[in-house]
Design a protein around this ligand. Sequence first.
Ligand code: KIV
Length: 300
Amino acid sequence: MSSQPTFRTPTDPGRLPMTLPLLHEKKRLGEPIVMVTAYDYPSARAAEAAGVDLVLVGDSAATTVLGYNATTPVELTDMLVLTRAVRRGLNTPLLIGDLPFGSYEVSDEQAITSAMRMVKEGGCEVVKLEGGAEAPASRARAIVGAGIPVMGHVGLTPQTSTALGGWKAQGRTAVAAARIAAEAVALQDAGCFALVFEAIPAAVTEELMGLIEIPVIGIGAGAATDGQVLVFHDLLGIRDGLGPRFVKRYANLQEEMNDGVGAFAEDVRARRYPGPEHTYSVDPAELAELQELLADRYGG
Ligand code: KIV
């Protein structure tokens, strides 16, 4: 990369752990909120080093790291493993655990149980769930009532993208946009501390922002939101293809990984690796003794 941003480190004395009051203060002051996804220790360390505010262990893990072609197959138990790994790599960003499909829809009790597992076993501080219709808003209210802060998610909600007509922008008609507005307000009323707006036309987002008092983090929702989130693998190019149109790519790590593994394979085949600098030494006297020992024992 040509220009290196100045990373703040975990030891930066000026950096306080992100809390819900600090997040709301950022909104009040109009300071952009930065959120990324992470799925393991190295991605968490990158988020920490960049000084981001919020880290989401997204159920996008299903596609980015587990190789599924949708987010629906990922299990709560998968999310717990990934969340624990991210937890080990983070000090200051607020850690959000995504509730996967099937872990909260059945009842408020199921939602509370899953959210508690994410907090107790995964180590996240808050959870996120998708959708703002009656049932998801009820789940959000129940989890908040159990003492776990909830981030809502409206617009394109990948877990139910089939029902939404596919993986595409939402709210492109007045009726559809009004439905998103109603869902966002319902989640706010249910006590959510923040919302994600995904794949919503920028002009619609601008209209909706006036209705929402809690921080709104956008992904493909234009510039009017209080912050922006991108999927780690999209922004760093750890994927095949370009991804959605809203992604800005800051690196091409998949290419670099392919090149690196390819170069290793070539070196091994050409016997260029390992070189003397990659091997361990042994005392010549010990080696001579070993040779005698082997000759005695095995002949030759
Ligand atoms: O799972 C995820 O990565 C998400 C983000 C796109 C917000 O929900």
